[in-house]
Ligand binder design. Structure first.
Ligand code: 5GP
Ligand code: ZN
Length: 112
């Protein structure tokens, strides 16, 4: 059994409120939402941090953004706008070491 939380969600060992999935990518609601829509978009493949993203996974990383865009549009946020974030490492505030995009929408966000 993986000790990575998101690998366990991918494997179906832990529950998640899934918004989207295909062969490469999963998206699900964040357990502690910071906005009316707070989704996490992850590759099924384990990649710990952006710093460890292999060159050959460039298209996979791009696909995370495509899924973020589609989800935001599906949920009705294409016009109002939204924020997409990836944290990397300790000073980046990363807590779960399996890369993920945060998609935040549904309220006015400020600052960074
Ligand atoms: P990070 O700080 O690593 O960029 O973000 C990790 C995110 O994962 C946090 O927003 C946190 O609320 C979320 N999270 C942590 N544990 C779980 C979980 O078990 N399920 C889900 N759906 N989200 C989680
Ligand atoms: Zn993982």
């Amino acid at each position: 059994m993986s000790d990575c939380l998101f690998c366990r969600i991918v494997a179906g060992e832990l529950p998640a409120k899934v918004l989207y999935q295909d062969d490469d990518v999963m998206a699900f609601h964040d357990i502690n939402p910071q906005a009316p829509l707070h989704a996490l978009i992850i590759p099924r493949k384990h990649i710990a941090t952006l710093a460890e993203l292999p060159e050959e996974d460039t298209a996979l990383a791009g696909k995370l953004f495509q899924v973020a865009k589609k989800l935001a549009a599906e949920q009705g946020y294409a016009e109002s706008g939204y924020r997409v974030i990836m944290n990397c490492g300790k000073h980046g505030g990363q807590v779960v070491y399996h890369i993920h995009l945060h998609l935040l929408a549904g309220k006015q966000l400020h600052g960074l």
